[in-house]
Design a protein around this ligand. Structure first.
Ligand SMILES: *[C@@H]1O[C@H](CO)[C@@H](O)[C@H](O)[C@H]1NC(C)=O
Ligand SMILES: *[C@@H]1O[C@H](CO)[C@@H](O)[C@H](O)[C@H]1NC(C)=O
Length: 368
């Protein structure tokens, strides 16, 4: 066991003040918005759990005396060796009552233990050996897709809560989401973007559908490729690079329900480019984004059709502009690994403290 590994710097323990009142209604968040798409007006209803609190939501006229329970969360190992200081959830996200620790001696008193999947697959035997204290919850945390997550079948019956990008997770954490702006923003402008289509790719794999699609697409349209398999990023920055382009290929490495990553949220949307997505079906994207915020490769019969459409939008700024209209009403939030995840996990443990659950079908559920 690495329990007595003393090579790590002293763990930070952050104890949030337990005093402030917290609004329960923050945990459930409802967006209702309507936008024109073609000649139809489509109504989207999207409910996302566990959005970070926003001040506007706090009722000012009702005094809610609902102190969150103090919760100690043991992070069994750091995801991919990340060593950033553990966050103060109260200061950073307004979530009170969280004590985060990676000191394994806290195992006996921890309310929950977070186990990140990637390290688990490498070292199965390094899970806590001591019996699980009554009431303690083990949280399975994973943000890779099933294609890149081994060992799933071996996890049946081991965990109490799941945390992933999958909507069916007990603690649902998408890679990003839209936040309603208060009131209408300014009409977004087509900024001077001389480049047409950009793509950043680090893991170049000929077996990946995205590489095959790219090879066919570039026969019909210029695509500037950056990253390990292409040019260097401008100023070493994803957003600076992509913000010179009108379109960004937000191509996922594998196709799975809800597996919509920072390629969409950060690379494309934060950079202000219109995403051309390859991933789960359009309907799945539409649970996260307005239908006219993105272009789906499956909207076209072939890469050639897509190329022709992108060129058409390039020649017709008013049509291109339609893909930016949603920005008047929403801003983009990209979740920050791993601080935000730990704090949302804490909130999830607080919310489910009276609940008993064993995740018996983890593989089946996660792969669905
Ligand atoms: C896996 O965990 C065991 C028990 O904690 C430890 O002895 C071993 O060194 C670990 N192996 C790796 C590859 O981390
Ligand atoms: C957590 O899961 C274990 C089985 O893996 C189970 O024995 C225990 O009762 C569960 N605890 C809670 C609080 O649900």
């Amino acid at each position: 066991m690495r329990t007595d590994d003393t090579s790590h710097p002293t763990t930070r323990r952050v104890n949030g003040a337990h005093r402030q009142k917290q609004c329960r209604s923050r945990r459930s968040y409802r967006w209702v918005f309507a936008l024109p798409f073609g000649s139809i007006v489509v109504l989207f209803v999207l409910t996302l759990m566990y959005l970070p609190p926003s001040r506007e939501d706090a009722p000012t006229h009702v005094v809610v005396r609902n102190e969150p329970p103090g919760v100690t969360l043991l992070i069994w190992w750091r995801p991919f060796g990340n060593r950033e200081p553990l966050p103060d959830c109260a200061a950073k996200y307004g979530i009170q009552g969280c004590t985060l620790t990676e000191e394994r001696c806290a195992y006996d008193r921890a309310d929950a233990v977070i186990v990140h999947h990637a390290e688990l697959t490498r070292n199965w035997s390094a899970l806590p050996r001591a019996p699980r204290p009554a009431r303690q919850k083990w949280i399975w945390m994973n943000f890779e897709s099933p294609s890149h997550s081994g060992w799933l079948a071996g996890l049946a019956g081991l965990f109490n809560l799941t945390m992933s990008y999958h909507r069916g997770s007990d603690i649902f954490m998408p890679y990003g989401y839209l936040q309603p702006r208060g009131g209408d923003g300014d009409a977004p402008q087509v900024r001077a973007r001389r480049g047409l289509v950009a793509w950043i790719v680090s893991n170049w794999n000929e077996q990946h559908e995205r590489v095959q699609y790219f090879r066919r697409l570039r026969k019909h349209i210029q695509v500037d490729v950056f990253g390990r398999a292409g040019q260097d990023l401008i100023s070493d920055s994803v957003t600076r690079t992509v913000s010179r382009y009108k379109f960004y290929l937000a191509f996922e490495n594998s196709m799975h329900t809800d597996y919509i990553t920072e390629k969409l949220w950060r690379n494309a949307l934060v950079s202000g480019a219109v995403p051309v997505v390859l991933g789960p079906p359009r309907e799945n994207y539409e649970l996260f984004l307005p239908a006219d915020a993105f272009i789906h490769v499956k909207d076209f019969r072939s890469p050639r059709g897509l190329a022709a459409y992108l060129k058409h939008l390039d020649r017709h700024p008013a049509l291109y502009q339609r893909y930016l209209t949603w920005r008047r009403h929403y801003s983009v939030h990209v979740t920050s690994f791993w601080a935000e995840h730990y704090c949302m996990a804490c909130r999830g443990v607080q919310a489910s403290r009276h609940q008993n659950k064993v995740v018996t079908d983890l593989a089946v559920w996660f792969e669905s």
